[in-house]
Ligand binder design. Structure first.
Ligand SMILES: [Zn+2]
Length: 234
């Protein structure tokens, strides 16, 4: 267990990579809100726009994607996220190809995040293939971005970029806990923006999120916490 409770102050820029709109809010958005409040600059990169995220066969993928992008932007705004980038890969069909790695690597080299938030691709029994791929490609792209001889055609006037720390969310091996007592309600409000994806009672969902964060926080002395697997690359 680490005694640290926050990334170093000089790590100012954060990139969160997810597979779908709502992954950040179901994953670790109370931490996002807290870090934004601390003045860190946070950007989302979403590989798909969740265009298969409807159980209604009459709704076409293009329609649902537009709605989900709008919901994601509203949620991000609620949290203080500066920018949301949609890469528009097809929902449900992500593959960890060299082309996708190159694409993400290029974005990392241009945007220069100090911290990367990514889905833990090694979580046991992670059934959603997009979630496994989004986590894996994010980590693979961090590695590629560091090297002169990987995708050298991207470098131009820029040097390789070294992400300093990776925090994996949706992990079953957490070793870093963020006290989100002050921001758990902001996460719940942001999650509520994804109304096309939410079924059931809002109060019950809010209580489920609080319960999870309470159970994560209690052993570490926090009212509410989110847990991460932290990987330090420096
Ligand atoms: Zn997802």
């Amino acid at each position: 267990m680490t005694n640290e409770t926050a990334p170093a102050d000089d790590l100012r820029t954060v990139m969160l990579i997810g597979a779908h709109p709502d992954d950040p809010e179901f994953g670790c958005a109370a931490t996002v809100a807290k870090w934004a409040q601390e003045g860190r600059q946070i950007e989302y990169v979403l590989l798909t726009s969740g265009d298969k995220g409807s159980h209604d066969p009459v709704v076409r993928p293009g329609q649902i994607a537009a709605r989900r992008e709008e919901e994601q932007r509203a949620a991000a705004q609620e949290l203080g996220v500066r920018a949301v980038k949609f890469l528009n890969y097809p929902d449900g069909m992500l593959e960890n190809t060299m082309d996708l790695r190159r694409h993400i690597c290029g974005i990392i080299r241009r945007h220069k995040p100090d911290i990367l938030l990514a889905i833990d691709p090694w979580r046991r029994y992670q059934l959603h293939p997009d979630h496994r791929v989004a986590g894996q490609v994010a980590i693979d792209a961090v590695y590629a971005a560091r090297e002169w001889y990987i995708f050298p055609e991207q470098l131009g006037d820029e040097e390789p970029w070294r992400v300093k720390e990776i925090y994996l969310y949706w992990t079953d091996s957490p070793d870093f806990w963020v006290d989100v007592t002050e921001s758990i309600e902001t996460r719940i409000a942001a999650l509520a923006r994804h109304s096309s994806q939410l079924r059931g009672n809002n109060d019950e969902r809010a209580e489920r999120i609080r319960k999870m964060a309470r159970e994560t926080g209690e052993p570490h002395g926090y009212a509410y916490a989110e847990g991460f697997k932290r990987i330090t690359l420096r």
